[in-house]
Design a protein around this ligand. Sequence first.
Ligand SMILES: [Zn+2]
Length: 499
Amino acid sequence: MNPPDFHKMRIFQKLGRVDAKSLESCDQLLLILPSKPDASHFRQLPQGSKLQRVMRKSVSDSTPAFTSRLSNKKQTQIVAGALSKNASAFEQLTLGRQLVAAASPEKAGSLGICVIGFDSTEQAKICNNILAAALASAFELPSFKSKNSPPGIKSVRLIGVDERVDTARTEAEAHGNNLARWLTTMPPNKMDAVSYADLIRNLAQARGWTYKRFGTKELLKLSAGAFLAVAQGNNNDSASIIRIRYRPGRTNARADLGLVGKGIIFDTGGTNLKSFESMLDMHGDMQGSAVALGILLTISELKLPIAVDCWLALTENRTGPNAYKSQDVVTAANGKTIQTIHTDAEGRMALADTLVLASRDKPGILFDYATLTGTCVSAITTRYSGVFTNRPELHPRLKRTGQNCGERVWPFPIGEEFMEALKSETADFMQCSPKGAGDHILAASFLSEFIENDTPWVHMDLSASDNDGGLGHVGSRFTGFGVRYTMSVILDENLFKAN
Ligand SMILES: [Zn+2]
């Protein structure tokens, strides 16, 4: 199986004054104005006084603020939005998503973006955030309809920018996010653990990453009993842990960054079977792995000078005569024993061994991504994701990153005191508590038992992976949350520079 086609969106820029000719080239124009635009702002636009009249008649505080058409050959459709001067990144991204959605029922073709009334730095930032929404919307998610969907956005034009806007990062992040959403949307019968591994190998080959697949045999040798407990319910030998390596410099360099992703292709809940509603969208339970892969793709496209190892735990969680069950005791790759309580808590089992393998290689820092617990959603809804770390001093930076980039997170505590709730009679600890309160904290505390060498580690419970109607700049319910966030940790928080 092959990864999706990442054809590059054509992005044009027109510097200086907005003229009639550059608007003539747009089928639609997203016009972003300050929240209380005045005549001076409209004077910067051809047919500006007409637009100002339309705005006066429109309902205030609505999104779009107004829509109109220019009297030119293309009858360019104007979709305008208002942004306050201190709007957060999340608010800018959300406006982008809403404006793109309002514009898209029309034949999309060439989409213009014009930001007026902000200083150059702010203008560039807003342009990039609206562009992020356009790139998310333009990307085609897997569809198996017999009729083709109407053509979407073909090109983007940034019109009237003061200076050339650097869009390289936004484009690379869009590719990473799009890949994550594409993989997550894939129906589980079209992409099983074997074809997923296959796709990753093809992607690795095309991008010059090294690829290694640890199948059941290798995992048995590594005594990865926690991962294998989940995999034993499969009716074939499809499960594996995949390692891909990106090395911009020396090929034998230690990883600066380790990425780990939960890749449960379909989660039935196992022997403790899920109900219809909870099982319905469980093809999305591999989103953590897709996000890790999306981050690696973004880093690689930006040719960042950091060495990265990416570990993906791929398996189904099925019922059947061989499936694991409550009270099974298994031994993980680090020798710790686990009393199984609930087979639907398979994510932490699959991750446990994967984290052991990833942290054994002593990466500078390790991040993992998993659609892990319902209690994380109960705690912070599907608008935020939870973060947990064995370096609590990172909490302020982790939280700040979310505010700065628009993929927002909330830190939770972990640690030994929470392991009290996982005390076991038959093994070193229980997999989860039969009681279930604070399961996101217990799950993260459980995972911390599998971090070797005291590796600095951040766990992201992806409660924001699936939000009805989309989130931020992304319009689809599967959000690919975590790609943009992690790039911001690396690039804005300067993770790899002393601080
Ligand atoms: Zn589960």
